[in-house]
Ligand binder design. Structure first.
Ligand SMILES: Cc1cc2nc3c(=O)[nH]c(=O)nc-3n(C[C@H](O)[C@H](O)[C@H](O)COP(=O)(O)O)c2cc1C
Length: 398
């Protein structure tokens, strides 16, 4: 079973007869849960109107690169970061040539250059154009670049010819897109992920907590499941819906998260600690609501919480243990210190002093701190980041 729940798909439409089918592709992607935005080339707009695509996608259609107004809103870089997948359907022979050459001469080609997401093309053209050596060379080049192709089909064509070059049907394209997210790279593995904040009670109505939204941990749980892992998500309080086909264990405090983590540990192959766990908790939570009274100050004694990720890394057999370091200064130094002190296998370092990424944002940029090296993952959606992280962890396990 596969679906496109929570997936952002940027549909690129280029100038070919099959462009009329791209309207139905939007519907088929939406049926599987995807949010779709559309970019159209100038030629595509001669075949189907942006208005149709806007009405179906529920978003304005993006058509121009050199438009200051568009760039001030969702410009080419924002679109490239938003996408979990770029689907070009139909992909004209001309667009395949431009993509193979790395051109950035219109909005769609520039978004393709700027994205970290997978690019999937559904070619559609006359059979002679498809068989042409130039098109076949471009196809081979695109495959070398990691571009995925879906189709074309063989059959009767709009021009009266019969042969290869027909675009696959919209339902088949949508099913193929869903399959792209199911990598199987963690098949047979058990992954435990902590997410969200913890709440440390001061009294029955008040608590100490933090701004963690849980988005990164939930995205990782989806990515691990898509990679075929049996996935357990231990989550502090968040406003996020429970990911499908993931075992969700809701907790509130750090001590509860610690207990749930210990319980989930047997047979755990990978432990990923994204939760923003409170370092300290009030020594004694008051049994009754603390009254304001006459006092000008109130002193609350805090005691240290258990170090969950360090405890998991110290366990025998040791799961592959990944920590997250949310820092506001000396981000890499602190992350490396955490890696070494807690005997982790990887630390994902995160600069939370930036308001545009990190806590509560849908995007993040991180540095992966491995025992022997560092690796930057530039700004992208948390879902894309989660998939990139899961693939790296899977490679390491393999
Ligand atoms: C009526 C008509 C139909 C066309 N159909 C296709 C087609 O199915 N596939 C294709 O690759 N090109 C087709 N073309 C040619 C493209 O529209 C042309 O190469 C254009 O420059 C593509 O621009 P784009 O790749 O920026 O969208 C067609 C042209 C016309 C006039």
């Amino acid at each position: 079973m596969s679906s496109l729940n929570n997936k952002h798909i940027l549909l690129g439409v280029t100038g070919g007869i099959a462009a009329y089918k791209s309207a139905e592709i939007i519907r088929r992607l939406q049926d599987q849960g995807a949010e779709v935005r559309v970019v159209m080339t100038a030629a595509a707009q001669e075949f189907i109107t942006p208005l149709t695509m806007q009405a179906l996608s529920g978003h304005p259609v993006h058509t121009t690169l050199l438009d200051p107004e568009a760039e001030a809103g969702m410009g080419h870089i924002a679109l490239a970061r938003w996408a979990d997948l770029l689907l070009i359907a139909p992909a004209s022979a001309d667009f395949m040539a431009r993509l193979a050459q790395g051109k950035g001469d219109d909005l769609l080609s520039t978004v393709c250059l700027a994205t970290a997401a997978t690019i999937c093309v559904a070619p559609a053209m006359n059979q002679a154009m498809w068989r042409n050596a130039a098109t076949q060379n471009n196809l081979a080049q695109l495959q070398r670049q990691g571009v995925v192709t879906v189709g074309p089909d063989t059959g009767s064509q709009a021009c009266g010819d019969v042969g290869p070059g027909r675009m696959l049907e919209p339902a088949a394209i949508a099913a193929h897109c869903a399959g792209l997210f199911d990598t199987g790279s963690l098949a047979g593995k058990r992954v435990v992920i902590t997410a969200g904040p913890t709440r440390e009670a001061l009294d029955p109505v008040r608590y100490i907590s933090n701004h963690s939204s849980g988005k990164m941990g939930y995205a990782l749980a989806e990515a691990a499941r898509e990679a075929g892992a049996t996935t357990v998500l231990i989550s502090g309080p968040t406003h996020l819906p429970s990911p499908e086909r993931v075992t969700l264990l809701p907790v509130v405090s750090a001590e509860e998260m610690y207990a749930a983590s210990l319980q989930a540990l047997p047979d755990c192959d990978v432990f990923i600690a994204t939760a923003a766990v409170a370092d300290y908790r009030p020594d004694q939570a008051a049994a009754q609501k603390i009254k304001k009274g006459e006092r000008d100050t109130l002193v609350i004694e805090l005691v240290k919480n258990p170090d969950i990720v360090a405890a998991m890394a110290a366990h025998t057999p040791k799961p592959f243990t990944v920590g997250f370091a949310a820092e506001t200064e000396r981000v890499i130094d602190y992350a490396r210190d955490k890696l070494e002190r807690k005997q982790l296998d990887l630390v994902v370092a995160n600069d939370v002093s930036r308001s545009d990424i990190g806590f509560n944002s849908d995007e993040n940029a991180v540095t992966l701190v491995w025992p022997q090296r560092e690796e930057n993952l530039s700004r992208r959606s948390k879902h894309q980041l989660a998939r990139d992280l899961v693939e790296r962890i899977a490679r390491q396990l393999a």
